[in-house]
Each structure stands twice: as structure tokens, then as C-alpha cells.
Design a protein around this ligand. Structure first.
Ligand code: NAD
Length: 267
């Protein structure tokens, strides 16, 4: 089994660690670091993993080091372990939003085997969707480690160029909020039609869940699922045509373009 360290043991790292343990990873093969010794002790008591407040103690002998600190502290954290990364050469994977491989590589001393991952928030429930990109220094084995780690909290897909992670941000990184917004406006529409707010909300939320499950629990394409619930001349057709004629496709394209553009600006 791979030896894996998490530098930073907050929400994202904890979710991934629990996912790995649920898949049978040996607790003692995982180390997590952080600045809050009490929180680390609690995590260790709960999971059996190794913990330390010393990032430098979590590099030697590790196959994969997952950088899971906030973007604004990443530079200092990388520089603090750079010499050890250079001497021990683990694969380093960053899950930080918006930090390019160029920056990470510079902070870690250059020629680092690096994976950049764009996860999303449902990873905290084990239902994430992540895009991964590896630089040329990462071996096939290293790619497998990185992929297995992100698959512990959901779907993990590789993209073939780093800039495509901006597109991943536009689809899945920011995507959960699009669906939340849709539920909000659907709830409002139900209220306008006379439903009690709580009833409208419950119906809209449960419908999102049901549609999500239908999408993921069978092999039919989204368009085919839609066709199957859209009888000619029926109620759903009226609503779907209203979306299409109202330019939903163009609007979603514009929204995704704006998200990707912002991701490029922040990098
Ligand atoms: P968090 O605030 O919950 O956790 C941050 C962790 O970093 C804490 O355990 C803290 O103790 C630790 N830390 C702070 N300074 C440190 C240092 N100098 N050395 C070692 N550890 C240190 O943050 P999070 O939500 O888990 O996010 C972590 C990363 O994941 C971020 O870069 C974020 O961009 C990315 N991410 C998170 C989500 C999400 O849904 N939470 C989604 C996408 C990307």
C-alpha cells in the first residue's frame, strides 16, 4: 500500500482520509499534518492515522504528499518542505484552488513530480468530481496513487493540459452552486404558483436528488432520460421548450465561460 501524507488536515483532507480508510487503506500508512494539535489528536483518535504538527516529518518515505492547505499559505508551506521533497522525491499533489504547477514547482525547488487537482465540495460527502493534471515528472505509478486518492471521495478524471483545469472549474468545481441556484429558482416558481415555501423547497430539493440519482444510477444519457420523461404535448415538454427557447444553453455557456475566465485571472 502507498504511504500517503496530507499537509493540512482540514475539511478536504479529512474527507479524503475517511474515504481512503473506508476503502481499506491501512490507517498507519497515512499521516496528516496541521497547526492545531488538538484537532490532529482528535483525527488520530477517530481514525488511527499518524498525525504531526511538523510538516517536515511527513515527507521521507512517502509515495504521495497531498498539499491540502489554503492557497494563501501554500507558498510558505512548500518552501518549508522543499529541500525534503527534493531529496525524497515523493509525488506531490495540490488540491488548492487556482495555484498553477509553475508556482508550486518553483516553491518546491523545481523538477518536482506534481499533480494538480481541482476537486469540488461534494467530495466532503464522498460524491465529489475532480479533474487531475500531472506534469511529465509523474510516473504511471504516481498517477495511480493520485487517482486512487481522489477516487476515495468520488469521481476523478484526467485532463491532458493544465489549462483544461479551468474548464473543470467551470463545470464541476463551481458546478454545485449552479444546481443550488436552480433549486432556489424552482422553489421560488413553486411559491409563485401557490405552494407553501417549505413544501416548494422540499419538492425542489427532492427532485434534484431524484434526478441526480437517475443520472448516475443507470446507463442512459441525460438527453435520453429527458426524452423519457417528456411526453409529446405534455406538461414537461411545455417547460423544457420554454427553457430551450429562452436560451438556457447560451446562458449556461456564458456562465461557464465567465467561471473559466475568472479561474485564469486568479491563477
Ligand atoms: P481547511 O481550512 O478546512 O483546512 C486547512 C488545514 O490546513 C487545517 O488543517 C490547518 O490546520 C492546516 N494548516 C494551516 N496552516 C498550515 C501549515 N503551515 N502547515 C500545515 N498545515 C496547515 O481548508 P479545506 O477546506 O480543507 O481546504 C484545503 C484546500 O482544499 C484548499 O487549498 C482549498 O482551495 C481546497 N479545496 C477545498 C474544497 C472544499 O470543498 N473544502 C473544494 C475545492 C478545493
Amino acid at each position: 500500500m502507498a504511504q500517503i501524507s496530507f499537509i493540512g488536515a482540514g475539511n478536504m483532507a479529512t474527507a479524503i482520509i475517511k474515504g481512503l480508510l473506508a476503502q481499506g487503506q491501512t490507517p498507519s500508512d497515512i499521516t496528516a499534518t496541521g497547526v492545531d494539535a488538538d484537532a490532529l489528536k482528535q483525527l488520530s483518535d477517530e481514525t488511527g492515522i499518524q498525525v504531526t504538527t511538523d510538516n517536515r516529518a511527513a515527507i521521507a518515505g512517502r509515495d504521495l504528499v497531498v498539499m491540502a492547505v489554503k492557497p494563501q499559505v501554500m507558498k510558505g508551506v512548500c518552501e518549508g518542505i522543499a529541500d525534503l521533497v527534493q531529496s525524497h522525491q515523493p509525488v506531490v499533489m495540490s488540491v488548492a484552488a487556482g495555484l498553477t504547477l509553475d508556482s508550486l514547482d518553483r516553491w518546491l525547488g523545481g523538477q518536482t513530480a506534481l499533480v494538480r487537482c481541482m476537486p469540488n465540495t461534494p467530495a466532503l460527502l464522498g460524491a465529489g468530481a475532480a479533474g487531475l493534471y500531472a506534469n511529465a515528472e509523474v510516473s504511471d505509478q504516481g498517477r495511480q496513487y493520485a487517482e486512487a486518492v481522489m477516487q476515495a471521495v468520488g469521481l476523478a478524471v484526467w485532463v491532458e493540459r493544465e489549462d483544461l483545469l479551468d474548464a473543470v472549474t467551470a463545470v464541476s468545481g463551481s458546478g454545485p452552486a449552479y444546481f443550488f441556484l436552480f433549486v432556489e429558482v424552482l422553489e421560488q416558481a413553486g411559491i409563485q404558483q401557490g405552494l407553501a415555501p417549505e413544501v416548494a423547497r422540499q419538492l425542489a430539493m427532492q427532485t434534484a436528488l431524484g434526478a441526480g440519482r437517475m443520472l448516475t444510477e443507470n446507463d442512459l444519457e441525460p438527453a435520453e432520460l429527458r426524452r423519457r420523461v417528456t411526453s409529446p404535448g405534455g406538461t414537461t415538454e411545455q417547460a423544457v421548450n420554454t427553457f430551450i427557447e429562452g436560451g438556457l444553453g447560451d446562458l449556461v455557456q456564458k456562465a461557464a465561460d465567465a467561471a473559466a475566465q475568472r479561474a485564469r485571472e486568479l491563477a
